[in-house]
Design a protein around this ligand. Structure first.
Ligand SMILES: C[S@@+](CC[C@H](N)C(=O)[O-])C[C@H]1O[C@@H](n2cnc3c(N)ncnc32)[C@H](O)[C@@H]1O
Length: 345
């Protein structure tokens, strides 16, 4: 199957318009900071973009970022511009043709950004095993990935590598295709279904289980969009199965609990993230308006005060006084068909 995926991205499809569904083609409204960076990226890279979201979080200046399945490098170059010369972005992909395009543009992209030294590197390798590439334990601030993990035959190995290489407090921010049920074997093995990022889509509850087994007890859905299968044959093959492009964030934090607990804590956004001064979106039901203290569960408090976001939030309280279960579950694994702007937290 891995060879078929290589062939699909290396030889079968040449650019975004060759895709048969909207699965690998992002329709997310892009954040302003990403849109601005995209203006400086070569058309050849943009034409060969096969992502399904925009996994570029805020406040990444100076960070070390790892992009799993970097393709022709669109997200690597966007991140390169945003982390600046003091940051570093590492792209990993297994397909020669994709890497060739990505690498050929390093010099011209650095020139466009005005960087004296390249802050990007592209490695040929497999996202299931990053050790041969020299990516060390606890060495990366943020792992990103755009429509790739669904293609892996060993997703647990991928998630395990992510939590190995992330620093404590580091963030895993990715866009991928999820399904509302487990797929039958014939669809899991259909080369076009797989190539189009559907055959390997993770059933959302299995994703939750996998992360829990690896010790990540809480993750957050940032956006969720139902995919349309624009090809009648594929639509018929899919039957009742629904597919979603979701952007998800998770943190490497050993303080997270399996359900939200109430310690009477509050969090206030200070308005200090340049790309988003008026508000900060943690997930689909936590949009923090600048200056407003919001009651949060222990897990949300940890995500804001034990990560790089701590400079941008004032979090009150600690875990010394427990008031029982938090009134709602922020780690709601259910598939949501649209982004909500407010919630019970
Ligand atoms: C749908 S494309 C997305 C590429 C890129 N992220 C983008 O947004 O344009 C999937 C990419 O993942 C790569 N890929 C798939 N499985 C992989 C694996 N197990 N290890 C490394 N790369 C992989 C493919 O070669 C391809 O370039």
């Amino acid at each position: 199957m891995q060879e078929k995926v290589k062939e699909y991205y290396g030889k079968t499809i040449k650019n975004t318009s060759d895709l048969k569904t909207s699965a690998c083609c992002s329709a997310d409204a892009l954040p302003l900071h990403v849109r601005a960076a995209l203006k400086e990226i070569d058309n050849e890279i943009l034409d060969k973009f096969y992502g399904c979201g925009s996994p570029i979080p805020y406040a990444i200046d100076g960070s070390v970022i790892l992009d799993l399945g970097s393709g022709t490098g669109r997200d690597v170059y966007v991140a390169s511009k945003l982390v600046g010369e003091k940051g570093r972005v590492i792209g990993v992909d297994m397909t020669d043709e994709q890497l060739e395009v990505a690498r050929r543009h390093v010099g011209s992209q650095m020139e466009r950004f005005g960087f004296l030294e390249p802050n990007v590197e592209f490695h040929k390798g497999y996202i299931e095993d990053l050790k041969p590439l020299g990516i060390k334990d606890n060495s990366v601030d943020i792992v990103i990935s755009n429509c790739v993990i669904n293609l892996s035959q060993d997703k647990k190995a991928v998630f395990s590598e992510i939590f190995r290489v992330l620093k404590e407090g580091g963030e895993f921010y990715f866009s991928d295709v999820f399904s509302d049920r487990r797929l039958p074997t014939h669809l899991q093995k259909d080369p076009v279904f797989v190539g189009e990022c559907l055959g390997g889509a993770l059933y959302i509850e299995d994703f939750r289980r996998m992360l829990r087994e690896l010790g990540c007890l809480d993750y957050r859905v940032v956006t969720s969009r139902k995919l349309s299968l624009d090809d009648p044959k594929m639509e018929e093959m899919a039957g009742d199965i629904s597919f979603y492009s979701m952007t998800i964030r998770a943190f490497k934090l050993n303080t997270l609990e399996d359900i939200c607990e109430n310690y009477g804590q509050t969090a206030k956004y200070l308005g200090t993230i340049a790309e988003s001064r008026d508000s900060f979106t943690l997930d689909d039901h936590h949009i923090f308006t600048v200056g407003e203290a919001v009651v949060v569960c222990g897990n949300t408090a940890s995500m804001l005060e034990e990560t790089r976001y701590s400079d941008h939030f004032e979090v009150t309280g600690d875990r010394s006084v427990h008031s029982g279960k938090f009134p709602c579950d922020c780690n709601d694994a259910e598939i949501k068909t649209e982004t909500k702007s407010s919630g019970c937290c």
